[in-house]
Design a protein around this ligand. Structure first.
Ligand code: FES
Length: 134
């Protein structure tokens, strides 16, 4: 895990911008909005549902609430359909920074919450490579 460098890309710029001490200094209703792909393909093609996406979503939603991070000006964890990055499954994306993560287990979700949501630091080891799509 590393600290986000000086703003040189849209994602790092967004993180720096939102690192102000206000919980909602911009016009966003939520400071962070997380979308978990829960898509399941019945034809056997790769999909997030095959990789524990539902369990991770359920865990994240509960962990964010227990951490006191859920609600207006804070964070929201939502289900999503296919985000068209299936080759990196399972997939979640955090806005407004548009940071795309993959994950393996609950400890990865914990790290995203602790680092990204609480401290504004991207968890680089969980980032999806930019070229990974469907
Ligand atoms: S099935 Fe999850 S990104 Fe496509």
């Amino acid at each position: 895990m590393t600290t986000v460098p000086a703003p040189t890309s849209p994602s790092t710029a967004a993180l720096s911008a939102h690192d102000s001490n206000s919980s909602n200094s911009n016009s966003s209703y939520y400071r962070h909005h997380l979308f978990f792909c829960l898509n399941e393909r019945s034809n056997g093609d790769a999909c997030c549902a095959q990789h524990g996406a539902q369990a991770a979503f359920d865990y994240c939603k509960q962990a964010v609430a227990q951490a006191g991070l859920a609600g207006q000006g804070l964070a929201r964890v939502n289900k999503a359909g296919c985000l068209n990055r299936c080759s990196a499954a399972p997939v979640l994306v955090v806005y407004p920074e548009a940071v795309w993560y993959t994950f393996v287990d609950h400890s990865d979700i914990d790290e995203i919450i602790e680092s990204h949501l609480k401290s504004g630091r991207i968890v680089e080891r969980l980032l999806i490579a930019p070229e990974m799509g469907r």
